[in-house]
Ligand binder design. Structure first.
Ligand SMILES: [Cu+2]
Length: 147
């Protein structure tokens, strides 16, 4: 009788210990895993929506660029833009008389002028001086890089 009661109590103690530890381990595993599984889901959703909204944004972006020519170079030989950007380009000249043409885009800007054009295609578009300005004329080139 005594022995049975002891083993019965031991069973209860073991069962409750298992139940407690099971409950404890459930809590341990479910508490960190619940925020962990929901956090990446929400951050993934946030990072998924971020690029799509930034892809739509460049459509309205206007880049104001002042290109300054001298004999015989432009102060910028690399202009970067994103697809859909509008380039508002002003050409100044510190020496000599120059103009700049983006041949493939059909755009020419003379000294003192400002012209706006939208770049709709990605690619590298060469620009160069379009006025015969002297011996260094052929060196006056650069690239508009649209990404
Ligand atoms: Cu020139």
């Amino acid at each position: 009788m005594n022995k049975k009661k002891v083993s019965f109590l031991a069973l209860i103690a073991m069962a409750s210990a298992v139940a407690l530890s099971a409950c404890g381990s459930n809590n341990d595993s479910s508490e960190p895993s619940a925020p962990a599984s929901s956090a990446p889901a929400s951050s993934a959703a946030a990072s998924e929506s971020a690029p799509s909204s930034s892809q739509a944004a460049p459509a309205g972006e206007t880049k104001e660029i002042t290109l300054t020519a001298t004999n015989w170079q432009f102060d910028q030989t690399e202009i970067k833009a994103h697809k859909g950007d509008t380039i508002k380009l002003t050409l100044k000249s510190d020496s000599g008389l120059h103009a700049v043409t983006f041949g493939d885009l059909g755009v020419e800007v003379k000294t003192g002028e400002t012209k706006e054009f939208t770049v709709t295609d990605a690619g590298t578009f060469e620009f160069h001086c379009s006025l015969q300005c002297g011996q260094g004329h052929d060196n006056m080139t650069g690239n508009l890089i649209v990404e």
